[in-house]
Design a protein around this ligand. Structure first.
Ligand code: ATP
Ligand code: MG
Length: 363
């Protein structure tokens, strides 16, 4: 079974998951901006109706935590209105370092027995005070032998989830599901068994590895789009806005970097090296305990992945792994009114919000 749901987290928060709405909004709260995507369901089609993005003021999100709930609420409210998003039934993800996702091996047993076993064992796995977190599980496959099953555990502190839910409600929306990023970002992919996804955000990158379609590992790497901008700021002595503009204008052959180009590329190469090294290290570490595990595809997503030629650049360092861009638009039909040019350009940044919306009210 693919762990497409983590009911306990949601049901504990009020049993919202009753019906599949006609359309749902996925809201991705990043560190630099909030993105929203509305998907409607009908005729067995998922139609992308509208999308939008709005920058976050400073100090609203810090290190994955909501530090100014009021300002975030206002941004969400404005974003939905400005983007012409009609639905107020919202799917969000709990994210950040405090979200615990881990595979454990248990003796073969049925769902009720697993539930009971996990209830008692959870403290062994989860690094939080007893009673201070929501948790859930899903059986994701056989274990290392016929006596075992592989179970995915997910846990998140009460405070993290409750703050998020309150913000959504304060923005006059109805939270219909709480997801985790690896599941949501994976949802729009096709034929992606045993893949890795790296979401290059503005401050950090999140590496997620899948066995079959189930998330096996998730880890953060302290390199993001901002790291690339800072290289340009340092080398050319530019301020943030100028460096950011220059970075986004790069088209490889038509570079504006001129004389300093080589220096910039050398430093960007060091950052890409570091990303590739973390990918290799994480794969090797996983393979020590799971010898048969293979990861042969790496999907890049997030705004940082828009850097010119990044897939080729990483592929050259990873030898043997196909490196591709994660295009969430292949998983949806585009509504006739939608700006396709804008969408193509922003597709990488909408992967998570589209993946969240695609879940809809499904348990
Ligand atoms: N055309 C482009 N070329 C290179 N980088 C780009 C381009 N467009 C956007 N970016 C970078 O993408 C980053 C923002 O990406 P994204 O929207 O995925 O971040 P976020 O979701 O807010 O961050 P996080 O996921 O870390 O919380 C910024 O660092 C920005 O510089
Ligand atoms: Mg992001």
């Amino acid at each position: 079974m693919i762990p497409n749901r983590f009911n306990t987290i949601t049901s504990k928060l009020g049993n919202w998951l009753i019906k599949q709405p006609a359309s749902a909004v996925g809201i991705d709260i990043g560190s630099s901006c909030v993105k929203a995507a509305e998907v409607s369901f009908g005729n067995r089609q998922k139609v992308l109706r509208a999308v939008g993005v709005l920058d976050l003021p400073k100090n609203v999100m810090e290190d994955g935590f909501i530090t100014n709930a009021k300002a975030l609420t206002e941004v969400i409210r404005q974003l939905l209105t400005n983007s012409g998003i009609v639905s107020r039934e919202v799917v969000v993800a709990v994210s950040g370092r405090l979200v615990f996702v881990r595979e454990v091996m248990l003796p073969v047993m049925n769902q009720a027995e697993i539930k009971e076993a996990i209830k008692w064992d959870m403290e062994k796995y989860v690094p939080y005070e007893p009673g201070s977190y929501y948790y859930d599980f899903a059986v994701v496959g056989p274990g290392n032998n016929e006596l075992e099953i592989k179970v995915l555990l997910v846990a998140a502190p009460h405070e993290l989830v409750n703050t998020l839910v309150n913000v959504i409600k304060q923005a006059d929306c109805m939270p219909i599901a709480i997801d985790i990023e690896p599941l949501a970002i994976y949802r729009p992919l096709r034929d992606a068994d045993n893949a890795m996804i790296i979401d290059i955000g503005s401050h950090v990158s999140q590496l997620m590895m899948f066995q079959g379609a189930s998330p096996a590992v998730s880890r953060f790497i302290p390199i993001g789009g901002l790291s690339f901008t800072e290289v340009i700021m340092r080398t050319l002595g530019l301020d943030y806005a100028e460096a950011e503009r220059l970075k986004q204008r790069q088209t490889g052959e038509n570079s504006d970097f001129e004389g300093e180009q080589l220096l910039i590329y050398q430093q960007i190469d060091l950052l890409v090296d570091e990303l590739a090294r973390e990918v290799r290290r994480t794969v090797e570490y996983y393979q020590v305990q799971n010898r048969e595990a293979v990861f042969d595809k790496l999907y890049l997503t997030g705004g940082g992945a828009k850097l010119t030629n990044l897939p080729q650049h990483i592929a050259a360092k990873l030898g043997g792994v196909a490196v591709l861009l994660h295009n969430p638009l292949t998983a949806v039909t585009l509504s006739p009114g939608i700006d396709t040019h804008y969408l193509q350009d922003m597709a990488l940044q909408f992967a998570l919000s589209i993946g969240l919306a695609m879940r809809g009210g499904k348990p």
